[in-house]
Ligand binder design. Structure first.
Ligand code: GLA
Length: 761
């Protein structure tokens, strides 16, 4: 790891693990991208900027500087001077002129990494130090300074980037667009990969050919969104989980974004990422500065799997701050799908009592405990406990649940206000709205104007007062609508274009206060399921509710897409009742458990009402969770097969860092009659080690020993099997498991699943 400046060649070389990022100067003025890829360590690589060919640099080819502007691989391209590709910065002056030219002024190489004020960002640790390059550029005509920041860490392949803009003049500037990062490469035939979806279908992977022009994913919803994710990757045509080049960008931000890959006239590719410019204008008064959020750049030559593991390690080692990051989280039961709004104190205590018997460790009281909220159209903002419903104070209820032996967690939706609430009647001007127009309602609610300090204070105190009043261990912080009618009674006219970003900064400020006052609080973010599952929120909470869709089969795709970037320990996953509330699908209880084990694990069902056979399985599932949690939380993730691709089965694995233990989860989504056993190739093991294989899950039914067995063979013993490992009696070499694979018999029925554990002997 390290950053060096090569004076003679005018090159900045940043090395991060096996990757290298090289920046060059053209004409001693223009900051250009030389290279990002596998480490080359050769100071002679500057020619890759192609300044030795037409149109040359402006000092040589004075009559055609426009062609230079439109082809040079700018590290931070700006608008208005002939670069017609997507640019990163658009500046308007007070007089209404646009256009900017940033030229290199000086640089600094710093030990460590400065924090980004008010923004979530990666940081150095004792085990993983880092260095930062600050490239200072300026536009003298605008008196604008731009500090381009790049950091690398000792223990990561990633490069992280952000930019700070400073108005050093005497007149205000209007920043109409500020992206955070740009990356160039020669294009050729490549694919682009994004994560797309909808409510209850978040983060499905989509891969398509990269054509000419601009291919963008974005959000204009005020949050990172269910629909498109602040991530984009460009990959070789033949790249798969294990091999091929991948270039990825991921945004540490929770609001509007744009992520783009643009193939231009000379088959060069420009990737860009930043805050979406639509609806954004930042008024930069003289002396003020603006910092754009951070982008993570990852290069992998080991396909998507290599990219995934770089992101997982970066987020675990350099982004998530919670003390729970490396701790086992309590197994919780949430009452949302169990009761919805129809609960009272006794009902919750009853659930807690039954849950305790099965080994569950925490009860989470979801929506409906405050104001007079028994439906979703009122009381948001009125965070006063409904003592009639809880049959006592909140403290009474928490104490009752604690007496049952469970910790207590609670749901809030702090950023919102219901039109039907005391808060809205008293402060209608606290909602985001355009004067003279009733705001659009989504789920019968409005969004609070978090750009206002007094609104932030009200929200914080309302939440904190509840948390101070009782022994509460966990908060689910929800956010259930997108932003519309983006106007603030508080902001001055020239600052209205700042509201969307100021709103996100307000969310960050609130959560920062919360984790500061309550450092041992386990915080789980949520947004109508997973609409704000992004790296920004991970800086505050070690886990995020992944989707309102708890159906085990739907979760395969949702969790596959989520785990492409996020460690399994961050993925909120619960076992729920069947028929599933969203899809109506019925899956085996064991399978629901196996899928939820690839996440935070918990329950979301009425344990007092589910079938006794299911209830009996919980104890075994909880036992499995305790056994597997450290491995799932800390291990390396490998994708082995994807139901989205093969339409039959899904398979993934987690391998401990020392390769001593591994878990492979196999879900046979659709049973196939009269078929061979399926061959699964393990990944990530030590080829030279030997492993004992253990199996957990329902017994094989069907063609054991090639002998057609009765369909219901062994069905009776399933509950006892859950949570127990059966030694296969076999020891396999790592080589055999990875290159030869194991054979899995056809399981009986759709949606059947099985766990395989490999322990080094
Ligand atoms: C959102 C969340 C759910 C639940 C409800 C409560 O939809 O994603 O888990 O908390 O709100 O209203």
């Amino acid at each position: 790891m390290g950053i060096v400046f090569k004076e003679e060649q005018k090159l900045f070389r940043l090395t991060a693990g096996q990757s290298e990022y090289v920046i060059g100067l053209a004409d001693d003025r223009y900051v250009g991208h030389v290279y990002f890829g596998r480490r080359i360590e050769d100071d002679g690589c500057g020619y890759l900027m192609r300044t030795g060919e037409m149109p040359y640099v402006p000092s040589i080819n004075k009559r055609e500087t426009g062609a230079f502007m439109d082809t040079f691989p700018f590290e931070y391209p700006v608008q208005g001077r002939g670069d017609y590709r997507e640019t990163c910065l658009v500046v308007r002056t007070q007089e209404g002129f646009r256009g900017c030219e940033l030229v290199y002024k000086e640089h600094r190489i710093l030990e460590g990494k400065p924090a980004l004020l008010g923004l979530p960002a990666t940081f150095c640790t004792e085990q993983g130090g880092g260095q930062t390059l600050e490239l200072v550029c300026e536009d003298k005509a605008l008196s604008l300074k731009a500090i381009l920041r790049y950091s690398v860490f000792e223990d990561s392949e990633a490069v992280v980037r952000s930019v700070e803009l400073v108005n050093e003049g005497t007149k205000p500037l209007y920043l109409e667009k500020v992206f955070s990062a740009c990356l160039h490469m020669d294009c050729g035939q490549r694919d682009v990969l994004t994560l797309n979806g909808a409510w209850a279908r978040e983060r499905h992977m989509e891969r398509r050919a990269l054509g000419y022009g601009r291919q963008q994913v974005s959000s204009l919803r005020g949050e990172s969104s269910h629909q498109e994710h602040p991530f984009i990757a460009v990959l070789d045509k033949n790249a798969d989980q294990d091999q091929g080049q991948v270039y990825a960008m991921h945004f540490i931000y929770s609001g509007n974004f744009a992520a783009q890959a643009e193939r231009s006239q000379f088959d060069s590719l420009r990737m860009t990422m930043g805050i979406h410019p639509e609806g954004f204008t930042w008024f930069l008064a003289p002396g003020e500065s603006f910092t754009a959020p951070e982008v993570v750049l990852v290069y992998s030559q080991e396909g998507l799997g290599g990219m995934t593991r770089t992101f997982h390690d970066l987020y675990r080692n350099h982004l998530i701050r919670s003390p729970y990051l490396h701790e086992k989280r309590p197994v919780l039961i949430n009452n949302w799908e169990a009761t919805y709004f129809d609960f009272n104190g006794d009902k919750l205590v009853h659930i807690a009592r039954e849950a305790k018997k099965r080994g569950i460790e925490m009860l989470v009281m979801d929506d409906g405990w405050f104001g007079c909220r028994n439906t979703d159209d009122n009381s948001l903002g009125d965070w006063t406990v409904n003592e009639k419903k809880l049959q006592g104070t909140l403290k009474n209820l928490v104490d009752r649940v604690r007496e049952e032996g469970l910790q207590f967690g609670i749901w809030f939706e702090p950023e919102m206000v219901s039109p039907d609430s005391r808060l809205y009647r008293e402060h209608p001007d606290w909602a985001i709205a355009v004067p003279g127009r009733d705001p659009v309602q989504i789920r019968a609610q409005y969004v609070l104007d978090l750009s206002r300090p007094e609104v932030q204070d009200y929200v914080y105190e309302a939440v904190a007062a509840v948390l101070r009043s009782a022994d509460i261990s966990y908060v689910k912080w929800d956010m259930n609508r997108q932003l519309t009618d983006v106007g603030s009674c508080y902001l001055a006219q020239e600052r209205q274009g700042e509201l969307l970003h100021r709103y996100v900064l307000g969310v960050y400020a609130l959560q920062e206060r919360l984790v500061t006052e309550f450092p041992r609080l386990l915080l789980e973010n949520c947004s109508g399921g997973g609409a704000r599952f992004d790296p920004g929120m991970l800086y505050y909470s070690p886990q995020i509710w992944c989707s309102d869709d708890t159906d085990a089969v739907e979760r395969l795709a949702i969790q596959e897409g989520t785990a492409l970037l996020y460690p399994l320990s961050t993925i909120g996953a619960h076992v729920s009742d069947c028929p599933n509330h969203i899809t109506g699908r019925v899956t085996p209880f064991a399978t629901r458990g196996h899928v939820a084990l690839a996440g935070t694990f918990g329950y979301e069902l009425d344990i007092t009402h589910i079938p006794e056979t299911d209830r009996m399985e919980i104890e075994g599932q909880v036992r499995l969770y305790h056994q597997l949690q450290p491995l799932v939380r800390e291990g390396d993730y490998y994708r082995i097969a994807s139901f989205g691709e093969n339409h039959r089965y899904d398979c993934w694995a987690v391998v401990s860092k020392d390769k001593g233990e591994a878990l492979m989860t196999y879900v046979q989504v659709l049973a196939e009659p009269n078929y061979h056993s399926r061959r699964l190739l393990m990944k990530g093991l030590d080829a030279d080690a030997w492993y004992r294989m253990e199996i957990s899950g329902p017994e094989y039914a069907g063609r054991e020993n090639n002998c057609p067995a009765a369909a219901d063979t062994n069905q009776g013993n399933q509950q006892e099997d859950v949570g127990r490992w059966k030694d296969s009696g076999q020891v396999y070499s790592g080589r055999l498991l990875m290159y030869g694979g194991i054979l899995v018999e056809t399981l009986y029925g759709d949606y059947a699943s099985r766990l395989f554990r490999f322990v080094r002997v």
